[in-house]
Design a binder for this molecule. Structure first.
Ligand code: SF4
Length: 644
C-alpha cells in the first residue's frame, strides 16, 4: 500500500513557523522513490535542525549508498524546531521525512546518526512525534527498528532503552547487510516478529542489540557484569571498518541545501582514521587504522562534486588533512586546476608546522584568506606531552611566523581546559603563548593589525580512549581556571586588544560527560529532561544545566551514584566500563598502559604515529583484520589540465 504524503496537511502550517523552507525537501540531488517498488525502507535522521543536519557527511553518504539500490528507499528527517513541534502536536501531524513527507513510523528502519551525545533528547522528540514508543521493548512489529550510529554509538548505553540496535564504525557496508537481513525476514513473512529480526542482526556480531544484554551492578554502584541473555548473541560486538575508500567515493551527488546551513561546500574525505595517538581524541582512536583515498580519486571526486552541486567551496576533510601522504600534490594540483576560477579550496589546518602554511598558501591562491587554525590543545609543553600532542613552543612560533609573513593576519589557536594533570599554571601559559604569537606576527609582518584568537573547549573524557579512566574537571574549577586566563590576557594592555578569547563555561561539558561515559541508568535521566522540555541541548540558548542537574537528582535519588560519580570520578583498571563489551579493536591493556604513560611522574611517555614507525600494538589491525593504507601511490593528480 502506498504511504500518502503529509505535505497537504503540512503546507498550511508552513507560513506560521520559522524557516519553513527547512521542511520542504526537494533539494538538488535528493531522491524520491516509489514506495511500492522497493522492499526495504529507511528513514535516516540527523538529530538536529536541518541547518546543522543537512551537511552531515555520514547521513549523505548512507542516503546515497542506500538509494543506489533499486530495492531500497532512503529518506531524511531532521529535528523540528519548537514552533514546528507545537504545530505538529496541535494538528496531529507525525514526524515526517523531508523527501516525500512520509510518516517516519511507516518505514522499516529509522537510522539515527549521533555525532554528539547532546542530540539524545532530540531523538525522543522525533520518536514521540512519530508515534513510536520511546522504549524499544514497548514496540511491536508495526514499528520501525530504531538504529543508532555515529561516534556516540561507541557507548550507546545511555540510550540503550530507546534504540533497538546500535552499529559501530563505518556505515557503508553494514547498512546494506542490515537491509539484506530485513528483506529476507520480510520475504519470509516476519517469522518470530521483531525479536527474531533483532536476533538475526545480533547474531551477525556486528549489530549491538542492548535488550539482549543484562547489566548487573555492585552495591557501590559500579557495573558488575554485562552478559548476553539470549543464545547466539556474541559477548562482544565489533566495529565495522571500510577498507577500500577508493571503491566508495561517496557522496557522488551531494545534496545542495535549500535553506542556509552551517556548511555550504562540497566536502571530500581524503582519508579516514588517525594514528597520531592524541590521548584525548575519541575520533582518532575509534577510526583506526588510517585509510587514505588516492590522489586520483580525490581529484575525480572534487571535479565531479563541483559539477554536481555548483558549490564554489571545496573542503578536504579528515582528522588531520595535512598528514595525507600526497597532500602536497593534491594542493598543488587542485590549486593549478582551479586558479582563476571562483572555486575556493579549504583544508582544516590544525597541524602546527610550517608545511601547513605552504599548503594554506596553495589553497588560498584564489584570494580568500580568512584565517588559519592551529590546535596545540594543551597550554604548556608538559601538558602537550601528557596528551601526546608534541608541539613545542618553538614549532608554534615558527609556524605562526611563516603564516604572518606569508600575508595571513589572523591565526586561531585551539586549546582544551581540564586535561588530566593540568594545573592553573599550564593554562596560564596560553596567555604567554598568545602574546608571543602577536609579538612575532608584528615583528615579521611589520604591521600592527595582527590578530590571534584563543578558543578554549572543556575537556570531556571519552570512551575507547586512554583518558576513559580520567576524572573530569568540575565546572566550577574549569570556570575559575578560565577566569584567571582571561584576566592574564586582558590585563596586558600591550596585547589585550589583539587577542580574542572564546570559551564556554564548564557546565555543558559536565552534561556531555554524563552522557559520554554514562550507563543505562542515564536513560531515565534523558527521558526526564526531555519530559521537562529538554530539546536541542547542543544549542547554548536551549541548554539548561539546572534542568539536567534537577533530573539527575530525582532519577538517581535511590541509587548509590550521582552526577559527580559519573563525571569527576577517576576509574580504576578493574572497573567494568559500560562500553567494555563493545569492541573498537583497541586492546584494553594497551589503552591502560597509554594512560599510565600519560601520568608518568618522570614525564609523560610519547607514542609515535604508526604510519611512520613500527606498529606499537594498539590491537586494532589484528583484531579487525585491517591494515594501514597510506600512500604515496606515485600517481599524479588527474585531471591535470587547468579549467579554461
Ligand atoms: S595495530 Fe599497529 S599498525 Fe594498526 S593502528 Fe594499531 S599501532 Fe597502528
Amino acid at each position: 500500500m502506498p504511504v500518502a504524503s503529509l505535505f497537504d496537511r503540512l503546507e498550511p502550517l508552513l507560513p506560521q513557523v520559522q524557516k519553513p523552507i527547512q521542511y520542504v525537501g526537494g533539494e538538488l540531488n535528493s531522491a524520491r522513490k516509489d514506495w511500492d517498488a522497493v522492499s526495504v525502507r529507511w528513514a535516516l535522521m540527523y538529530p538536529d535542525a536541518y541547518e546543522v543536519g543537512l551537511p552531515n557527511q555520514g547521513v549523505q553518504i548512507l542516503y546515497e549508498v542506500l538509494n543506489e539500490r533499486d530495492w531500497i528507499l532512503a529518506e531524511r528527517t531532521y529535528a523540528v524546531l519548537a514552533d514546528m513541534e507545537a504545530m505538529m502536536r496541535g494538528h496531529g501531524i507525525p514526524q515526517f521525512t523531508v523527501d516525500a513527507h512520509r510518516p517516519v513510523a511507516e518505514f522499516d528502519l529509522l537510522g539515527v546518526s549521533f555525532a554528539t551525545e547532546l542530540g539524545y533528547t532530540n531523538l525522543l522528540t522525533a520518536l514521540d512525534l512519530a508515534g513510536i514508543p520511546l522504549r524499544a521493548t514497548d514496540r511491536t512489529d508495526q514499528h520501525p527498528l530504531v538504529l543508532a550510529g555515529g561516534h556516540a554509538a561507541f557507548n550507546p548505553e545511555p540510550v540503550a532503552d530507546f534504540v533497538d540496535a546500535a552499529v559501530l564504525g563505518d556505515g557503508e557496508e553494514i547498512v546494506l547487510a542490515i537491509s539484506d537481513v530485513v528483506r529476507e525476514w520480510k520475504d519470509e513473512g516476519h517469522p518470530g516478529g521483531r525479536v527474531e529480526l533483532l536476533g538475526r542482526l545480533a547474531a551477525s556480531g556486528g549489530v549491538y542489540v542492548p535488550q539482549f544484554y543484562d547489566v548487573t551492578y555492585l552495591p557501590d554502584g559500579r557495573i558488575d557484569a554485562v552478559t548476553p541473555n539470549r543464545p547466539g548473541v556474541p559477548r562482544r560486538v565489533h566495529k565495522h571498518t571500510l577498507m577500500d575508500l577508493d571503491s566508495w567515493p561517496y557522496p557522488k551527488r551531494p545534496l545542495v541545501p535549500l535553506a542556509e546551513t552551517v556548511h555550504e561546500r562540497y566536502s571530500v574525505e581524503i582519508f579516514r582514521g588517525c594514528t597520531r595517538g592524541c590521548r584525548f581524541c575519541q575520533a582518532g582512536m575509534i577510526t583506526r587504522p588510517v585509510r587514505e583515498r588516492s590522489i586520483t580519486t580525490i581529484a575525480e571526486m572534487v571535479s565531479n562534486g563541483v559539477e554536481q552541486t555548483g558549490f564554489d567551496e571545496v573542503g578536504l576533510l579528515s582528522l588531520s588533512s595535512a598528514d595525507h601522504s600526497e597532500i602536497a600534490g593534491v594542493a598543488k594540483g587542485l590549486g593549478d586546476r582551479y586558479e582563476g576560477t571562483n572555486i575556493s579550496l579549504s583544508l582544516p589546518s590544525t597541524r602546527v608546522d610550517a608545511f601547513n602554511i605552504t599548503l594554506a598558501n596553495e589553497f588560498s591562491r584564489n584570494g580568500r584568506r580568512s584565517g588559519l587554525t592551529f590546535a596545540p590543545e594543551g597550554g604548556s609543553e608538559r601538558l602537550r606531552r601528557v596528551i601526546n600532542k608534541m608541539v613545542s613552543e618553538d614549532d608554534l612560533i615558527r609556524t605562526v611566523a611563516a603564516a604572518y609573513s606569508s600575508g595571513w593576519r589572523q591565526v586561531k589557536l585551539y586549546f582544551m581546559c581540564g586535561l588530566p594533570t593540568e594545573t592553573d599554571e599550564d593554562v596560564l601559559q596560553i596567555a604567554d603563548l598568545a602574546k608571543k604569537v602577536i609579538a612575532t606576527g608584528r615583528e615579521v609582518s611589520g604591521r600592527r593589525d595582527i590578530r590571534c584568537t584563543v578558543s578554549i573547549g572543556g575537556f570531556v573524557p571519552k570512551p575507547h580512549t586512554p583518558f576513559q579512566w580520567a576524572a573530569q574537571l568540575d565546572a566550577a574549577s574549569t570556570d575559575a581556571r578560565l577566569a584567571r586566563l582571561r584576566e592574564a590576557i586582558r590585563s596586558d594592555k600591550q596585547y589585550a586588544r589583539a587577542i580574542g578569547f572564546r570559551y564556554h563555561d564548564g557546565k555543558p561539558g559536565i552534561v556531555e560527560g554524563l552522557l559520554s561515559r554514562g550507563d543505562r541508568r542515564v536513560g531515565s535521566i534523558i527521558e526526564a529532561v526531555w519530559r521537562e522540555g529538554g530539546r536541542f541541548d547542543g544549542w547554548s540558548e536551549h541548554f539548561s544545566y539546572d534542568r539536567w542537574a534537577r533530573c539527575v537528582g530525582d532519577v538517581l535519588a535511590d541509587e548509590p551514584v550521582d552526577l559527580e560519580w559519573f563525571t569527576t570520578r577517576e576509574r580504576d583498571r578493574d572497573e567494568v566500563l559500560p562500553w567494555d563489551h563493545l569492541d573498537s579493536g583497541l586492546d584494553r591493556d594497551w589503552l591502560w598502559q597509554d594512560w599510565l604513560d600519560a601520568l608518568d611522574p618522570l614525564g609523560a611517555v610519547e607514542v609515535e604515529d604508526c604510519r611512520w614507525t613500527p606498529c606499537f600494538d594498539c590491537g586494532v589491525c589484528p583484531q579487525m583484520g585491517t591494515e594501514i593504507q597510506a600512500g604515496p601511490t606515485g600517481r599524479s593528480l588527474l585531471p591535470i589540465a587547468a579549467v579554461s
